[in-house]
Design a protein around this ligand. Structure first.
Ligand code: NAD
Length: 253
């Protein structure tokens, strides 16, 4: 059975869990990884639906914890008679801090959380996929990488998400000869735990600035992003090193 590893999937309203639900509906077994222990509850919810699912609590900035998570995910896949064939590097943190106020600590934290797990998991699973001759890796970037920050995103967040795009293209060129398709998704404003408090407050006070710049006239849903990830994970073999923007037209390069 094919297994998908998805990071940052602990929140019921988050993009990671929406991706998990879509890939479960396509019959993939799942390994969900998150800093939050809630990830086991998310895995249990999906395990009842005709697939196997494992939740692993792991800090993706900690190399030892990542190594253990890679072993656990690999054992889980082998026990089900399969391999990890899809990796979705979705975990991330955002911060709106302006340049003048970003401390060194905050800078390094954003870089570490948004980049280190993606690198370590790609190194582990991507190389194994290449050796077996196929797989798909999807990395979560952001509109802030394309347009330069935004309401919810400072320069450090934008820089980390731009680095995701550079890493994605380099990994795509290295791994494509082995049949591994590496791509990125760049969401615009999506209604999740990261943004919902501010969006609800704006709605109540009649503030329109958040949706004013979105031609589609609304923030995206986690499932809007998940549908692009599903396509790249399962239906897009010859799409290599690309970025799919899911932003309602808010940024048109
Ligand atoms: P979310 O907070 O629900 O999801 C992020 C998850 O990452 C959380 O469950 C969190 O616990 C986990 N995480 C954080 N640090 C971690 C660590 N060190 N190790 C393991 N897990 C860790 O938010 P979301 O909106 O679903 O965001 C998912 C991804 O989409 C993020 O990479 C985010 O930057 C990106 N994104 C979101 C938006 C948006 O508007 N919501 C827009 C563009 C990009």
């Amino acid at each position: 059975m094919s297994v998908a590893v998805i990071t940052g999937a602990a929140s019921q309203h988050g993009i990671g869990f929406a991706i998990a639900k879509r890939l479960a509906a396509r019959g993939l077994d799942l390994v969900l990884i998150d800093l939050s222990e809630d990830v086991t509850a998310r895995a249990d919810e999906l395990a009842g639906q005709g697939i196997r699912a494992l939740g692993l609590t792991c800090d993706l900035t900690d190399e030892e914890m990542v190594t253990s998570a890679v072993s656990a995910a690999t054992e889980f896949a082998v026990a089900g008679g399969g391999h990890v064939e899809v990796l979705v590097n979705n975990a991330g943190i955002a911060s709106p801090t302006r340049i003048a106020d970003i401390t060194h600590d905050e800078w390094h934290t954003l870089m570490d959380v948004n980049l280190t797990g993606m690198f370590l998991l790609t190194q582990a699973f991507g190389v194994a996929m290449r050796e077996r001759g196929g797989g798909a890796i999807i990395n979560m970037s952001s509109i802030s990488a394309q347009q330069g920050g935004g309401n919810f995103a400072g320069a450090h967040y934008a820089a980390s998400k731009a680095a995701v795009l550079g890493f994605t293209k380099a990994a795509a060129r290295e791994l494509a000869p082995g049949g591994v398709a590496v791509n990125a998704v760049a969401p615009g404003l999506i209604d999740t735990d990261i943004t919902s408090a501010v969006l609800r407050e704006a709605e109540e006070s009649g503030e329109t600035k958040f949706v004013a710049g979105i031609p589609a006239g609304r923030p995206g849903t986690p499932d809007d992003v998940a549908s692009a990830v599903e396509f790249l994970a399962l239906d897009a073999g010859f799409v290599v090193g690309q970025v799919i923007s899911v932003n309602g037209g808010a940024y048109l390069p």
